[in-house]
Design a protein around this ligand. Structure first.
Ligand code: GLY
Ligand code: MN
Ligand code: MN
Length: 463
């Protein structure tokens, strides 16, 4: 453990050096003397004195793992060490942050504050300071008028797509933690648990509370897997649990993992005495074969990815691969090209192939054409694609194809001109299984992909 902490420390040293030179150059180019980044404030619910979960401004997290630190501020000025105004109030209602601690502290000039407004003293004599954060009111009070300037944000978002070695190591560790949760979640599903019980198992294995996770876990049994962002955890388990989709990540030093797996209950577990189970039995093997086919297609695609490729083209390739699977497994009687052309594929795979991953689960900068912020929006045919960039060494992104049985999209398909190409009896028989998504986190290197997710799962013995 000690040696791994030492190694992350040396990676962090290089990370800070790279950040400092990137910020110095951009501030200089854009005519700023400095930038003040505000962590954010705790916020209460409407007419209430309870707080929403706090999430630190990711621009501050890029510098230091200040994940539970409202009101902290970082002043960056070219040529100076970053100056951290560290909020540590005296408080007997809530536990304050405590003294700054950890491998990161020695890179900052730290001033401890017990009142948030003490930042203003540290700004005296500084001009041309840009401000990043939600609290425009505080910025104005402190005399800062250039609030969240778009050119500076766009440039930083653009460069954030390529991770430093420290960031990749944080993302590896976020995958290691998620892998523990996924293993226990699968076992809990196979033991016949409810969505709620599976979620509890995941949290206990990762040792992360819900508000610390990068996003709300999707824990969906049966047809609930057809809801792309299904948000409930049913305490009652269905009579038959035949399929399970889990989309769940974890956080490490503010960096996110984002992992999805889909499972089918073993036929023996379905309870052969039950007539409902016998009917489902017939289709369980088709659903299971679909999971295997999608898993293979996903791994094949990942194996082909190289720097310089367009993510839009990869999405198109995966659409064709999914079309071939639908045809091969007799859900659709049309070639993949025809399915794409007739809009059939959109009903079965309505979302994008993936997105950038980092301090935010849908990391910023995926829809930019350049560092100036020129938009590179998703093509009309794939409106939900969140990444349109050419892939570069150092990028971390997800590859997450899916095949779903979504009632509303299937109803549209059935009412349209392509309906006759669909084998509706097969499709209807699979609706109780909901859908499939397989999602891995990929770090692109000069020679190809490092699959962070599969490496973490393999380290726990899961292939
Ligand atoms: N967990 C959200 C996503 O996969 O994009
Ligand atoms: Mn994702
Ligand atoms: Mn996900």
């Amino acid at each position: 453990m000690l040696s791994s902490m030492q190694s992350i420390e040396s990676l962090y040293c290089d990370h800070i050096y790279q950040l400092q030179s990137r910020y110095d150059r951009l501030l200089d180019e854009q005519g700023y003397d400095g930038l003040l980044i505000h962590a954010g404030s705790t916020q209460s619910y409407y007419l209430d004195d309870n707080h929403r979960p706090f999430k630190t401004n990711p621009h501050l997290l890029a510098w230091a793992p200040l994940t539970h630190h409202p009101e902290c501020c970082l002043l960056i000025r070219p040529g100076y060490a970053p100056r951290l105004f560290y909020y540590n109030p005296t408080d007997f209602w809530y536990k304050p942050a405590g003294a700054p601690d950890g491998f990161w502290t020695k890179y900052f000039d730290i001033e401890i504050m017990d009142k948030p407004d003490q930042v203003s003293r540290g700004l005296e004599g500084n001009k041309n300071i840009a401000f990043f954060g939600e609290r425009a009111d505080l910025a104005e009070k402190w005399g800062l008028t250039d609030i969240n300037p778009k050119p500076l944000l766009s440039a930083l978002h653009w460069y954030r797509a390529c991770k430093t070695d420290y960031e990749v190591e944080c993302l590896r560790r976020a995958n290691d933690i998620a892998a523990k949760g996924h293993l226990l979640a699968e076992r809990t599903f196979r033991n016949g648990a409810s969505e709620f019980e599976i979620q509890m198992a995941y949290l206990s294995a990762t040792r992360q509370r819900e508000s610390e996770l990068p996003y709300g876990n999707i824990v969906a049994l049966n047809e609930n897997a057809s809801v792309l962002h299904y948000q409930y955890y049913q305490c009652l388990k269905p009579d038959l649990c035949h399929s399970f989709l889990i989309d769940a990540g974890a956080a490490y030093n503010g960096y996110a993992s984002d992992v999805t797996r889909t499972y089918c209950q073993d036929i023996e577990m379905l309870g052969k005495d039950d007539s409902g189970a016998r009917n489902l039995d017939l289709h369980e093997s088709v659903f299971s074969a679909l999971i295997d086919a999608l898993d293979s297609a996903q791994q094949r695609l990942i194996g082909s990815i190289k720097p310089g490729q367009s993510f839009i083209k990869l999405h198109q390739q995966m659409c064709l691969d999914i079309g071939a699977i639908l045809q091969q497994h007799k859900l659709v009687n049309a070639s993949a090209e025809a399915q794409l052309h007739q809009g059939i594929l959109r009903a079965f795979f309505p979302h994008g192939l993936g997105h950038l991953l980092g301090l935010q689960v849908h990391d910023v900068g995926g829809l930019q054409a350049d560092a100036n912020g020129t938009p590179a929006l998703a093509p009309d045919d794939y409106p939900f694609l969140r990444l349109t960039r050419t892939l570069e060494t150092g990028m971390v992104f997800t590859i997450e194809p899916g095949i779903y049985l979504i009632d509303s999209l299937l109803a549209e398909l059935k009412a349209g001109s392509a309906a006759s190409a669909v084998n509706w009896s097969m499709v209807d028989s699979l609706r109780p299984f909901g859908g499939i998504r397989i999602e891995d986190n990929i770090h692109l290197t000069a020679s190809g992909c490092e699959n962070l997710t599969r490496n973490s799962l393999a380290a726990l013995g899961k292939v």
